[in-house]
Each structure stands twice: as structure tokens, then as C-alpha cells.
Design a protein around this ligand. Sequence first.
Ligand SMILES: Nc1nc2c(ncn2[C@@H]2O[C@H](COP(=O)(O)OP(=O)(O)OP(=O)(O)O)[C@@H](O)[C@H]2O)c(=O)[nH]1
Length: 288
Amino acid sequence: MFKSGYVALIGKPNVGKSTFLNLMIGEKLSIVTNKPQTTRTPIKGILTTDSYQIIFIDTPGIHESQKKLNQVMLSSIKSTIEDADVCLIIADSPGNDYIKNYEDLLLKKNVILLINKADKLTKEQIDSIKAEFLIINPKKIIVTSLLRDNPKDEILNAILEELKEGPQYYAEDEISTHNVRFIVSELIRETLIENLSEELPYYVAVVIDEFKERSENLTYIKAIIYTEKDSQKAIVIGQNGSMLKKIGSSARKKIEDFLGTKVYLDLWVKVKKGWTKNEKLIKEFLSE
Ligand SMILES: Nc1nc2c(ncn2[C@@H]2O[C@H](COP(=O)(O)OP(=O)(O)OP(=O)(O)O)[C@@H](O)[C@H]2O)c(=O)[nH]1
């Protein structure tokens, strides 16, 4: 019997959703950084074997803020939960009040609770996390450290127990339905996050403007970094262009690793005033 289904990854910012996806899929599909809320668009990772196909959807970290940008994220989380066969909630500390907002939706779903970062948690903390999630009645609770342990098989078995017989939705060699351009734009955004101070990355969007395979060994990529204000543009560029140069060289190496070719990366910085408050622009910038 061939099993298949969609698994939604849910959790607060920074709990380890991207680390999880990378562990399960083994490819750098979703960006991993130590700053919260770096995942904006759901990313699908696909795991296919002879007997099952699991499609993971990475949701943006759940956030309480009412800002426009976050409202777009919240509705995307709810629709991801609705469409999912299994909901995998990841928590890394007590304080998960947000779950009450999703109680009705989640009670109708097969929920697996993954308590991550056990390497840093006390027994009391683990118990209080478990207690907080009782209201949504998880089918299974896994306590682990995604970084220290290798819980891939344990998690897979828990997911497979909840999945039903189903078709193979995607070809075996597809690991993501996101196109290469999107992954490249995420690698550039990851580099921006690594290099800029706390706040700024949330006002920055990356759009791939040109993507050309000049030869078998060389890819030309022109990417535009949009900021909200002139002052932010100046920070991204840095003194005499030093910051942009640093970001460009570090992002280029990541993209070369990912594509397996040499890359000519042409980075431009432009100001799009107030884009994080404009729903149309948010959708345009964050779509695949
Ligand atoms: N100590 C410890 N740290 C971990 C573990 N798993 C993940 N981390 C770290 O937690 C941080 C956040 O991990 P991510 O995978 O980016 O988290 P995320 O939930 O995808 O974050 P956003 O996409 O920003 O919401 C990174 O610095 C990880 O290295 C773990 O088991 N133990």
C-alpha cells in the first residue's frame, strides 16, 4: 500500500522548523538562521520512497502582531492547517498561548507534537510544554533535539502512522515545488539576515530579475534587493559599497554550491516605499 499526504509544520519563530525540514529532506530547502521569523512563504519539501510520499509545508513562524505583513502570514498558516493531513507542531520552550487561536482547527486534525531542543530544556519545562498542548489532544509527543539526536526515523514512523493510502502527487526526483529562482532568492535573503542588524531584514525583499545559464558552467543572476526607505538602502550598500560586496560574495558561494555552477551575481538595491504595509506588493515580493 502506497501512502501519501501533506504535513504542515507549525510553531513559533525560531523553534527549528527549517532545521527539521533540512533533516528530513537533506537539501537546503528552507533557510536556517538564528534570528526569528525568517521563513515568509510556505516551502514544500517532498520525501518520496517506494512506499510513501510525504509533502512538508513550512509555515511562517506564528506571531501575535497585527501588522499587515503578519496578517498575511496568519491567514496562510490557517489555510495550510486546513489542507494538511498531519500537523506537526514544533515547540522549544513553554509559553505557547497562540495554540488557543488554532484549537478548533487543530482538534479536527492528526497532530504530532515535537518538543525540540531537549538538549537545553529541563524536565519541568518539558512537562509544562506538554501540558500547554493538552487542549489540542496530540496523537503523539516526541521529545528530541533535532541538532543533537537524529530523530528522523522516529518522526517518519509517527507521520506514517497517521497517513492513509494515497497517490504519488509528485515525481520521485522532485524535492521541492519551488523553482530554483525562489530558492536562490531565499539564499540571498538568508545572507542579508546574517549580515544586517536585528530589525532590518524584515524590511527587505529579494526578487530575481534575470536568471540566465550563460554556459554549462556559468549562471548569470540579477537580483534586486528592495528596502522600505533610503536609510535602509544605505545600510545594505554600506560604506563605499562594502556591505553589498560582502553580501554578494557570501551569497554567490551559497548559490554556486546549490546550482553546481559558477555564478555571476549582480545585486541591485532599490527603495519601494512602505512595501511591508502594502498587501499587493507583499504578495508580489513573497510569491515563488
Ligand atoms: N540547542 C538547540 N538549538 C537548535 C536545535 N534545533 C534547532 N536549533 C537552532 O535554533 C535556531 C532556529 O532554527 P530554525 O530551523 O531556523 O528555526 P525556524 O523555526 O525555521 O525559524 P523561522 O523560520 O525563523 O521561524 C537555529 O540557530 C538552530 O540551529 C536543537 O535541537 N537544539
